[in-house]
Design a protein around this ligand. Structure first.
Ligand code: NAD
Length: 295
């Protein structure tokens, strides 16, 4: 079993980002919006600010009042959209009850949407990222349609890439079908010609989760339920990517029973230390990509 850690992969990508940043005439600028005060958001902001700083990226934090209206927040986002010195915009979660994240995030200009959540960027994923199809439906050439990928799915793809395993024709099972992880990830995997099964709460309710997980050559779990996936369900030699983050007593655990799964898997991510360290790096890579698109 090989432990698939995010940090060494992130370090390599950070070096590439640094090089790209140094080729810009001005430092790229990331504008981060935080509405009200929240311990979780404050900690994200801190680590994003540190990551940006280390890469030569300017991190601009905009603190807005907790009672701001949706219309006022949209106006603020539009101001950042038209500010030529700003290359990327991120809205910190959680937002107060009067603000609908989905609605607001659609007002971010697609070329500044470094979380890759705007429908225009999501849509590009459906049209393929790295490959186009030839007449017989096989992979043909690199076209690079989507440049800005949602951060967590992009992090998962980097981890899979690091295993050196070709996903072509592999039986891949994704558990979780959220807009930020499962759904875009399934599209990225299809782009690699994996055979993708997406499971969710309906699969569990139908009593079929175990049967799907057992056939997975590559298993990716993004649910948010501690140890939902029993280690004994994991196929011998599988690649296991655990996206879940669950606080249990004083511990942080994933969605997969790690000890048991590790006995069977060829590669497995630790929680914490797997996907997590890569997501902020993906955000910074998107920023640099956005800055390039805007040139
Ligand atoms: P979400 O709540 O939006 O979606 C959860 C998904 O799990 C849904 O598809 C739901 O149908 C499915 N689900 C719920 N119960 C299930 C069950 N019993 N069996 C099968 N499927 C079930 O969650 P999300 O935002 O995608 O996040 C999922 C997890 O990933 C959370 O723990 C979150 O903290 C973590 N996460 C980690 C990172 C990271 O950087 N490491 C990034 C994003 C999310």
């Amino acid at each position: 079993m090989k432990l698939l850690e995010g940090k060494p992969i992130a370090e390599k990508i950070k070096e590439e980002i640094k090089q790209r940043v140094s080729s810009f005439a001005n430092k790229p600028v990331l504008a981060s919006i935080m509405v009200g005060e929240n311990a979780g958001a404050a900690s994200y902001v801190k680590s994003q600010g540190r990551a940006a700083d280390n890469l030569g990226i300017t991190y601009q934090l905009h603190r807005l009042a907790p009672d701001i209206s949706e219309a006022e927040l949209v106006k603020f986002v539009q101001k950042l959209n038209s500010d030529k010195s700003v290359n990327g915009i991120i809205i910190q979660m959680p937002l107060p009850a009067q603000i609908d994240y989905k609605k607001i995030s659609q007002h971010i200009a697609p070329e500044k949407d470094i979380e890759g959540m705007h429908p225009a960027n999501m849509g590009k994923i459906a049209f393929g990222t790295l490959t186009s199809l030839s007449a017989n439906g096989e992979r043909s050439r690199t076209i690079g349609q989507a440049k800005i990928l949602p951060c967590t799915p992009a992090a998962v793809m980097e981890l899979l890439n690091a295993t050196g395993v070709d996903l072509y024709g592999k039986e891949v099972v994704v558990v979780g079908h959220s807009e930020i992880v499962g759904k875009p990830l399934a599209l990225l995997l299809l782009d690699k010609f994996a055979t993708v099964t997406v499971c969710h709460i309906g699969t569990s309710k139908a009593g079929k989760l175990e049967e799907h997980v057992r056939k997975a050559e590559v298993l990716i779990v993004a649910v948010g339920k501690a140890r939902l996936i029993k280690g004994e369900w994991v196929k011998e030699g599988a690649i296991v990517i655990d996206v879940g983050i669950n606080r249990v007593a004083d511990d942080i655990v994933g969605d997969v029973e790690f000890e048991e799964a590790a006995k069977r898997a060829a590669f497995i991510t630790p929680v914490p230390g797997g996907v997590g360290p890569l997501t902020v790096t993906m955000l910074m890579r998107n920023l640099v990509e956005a800055a390039k698109l805007q040139q």
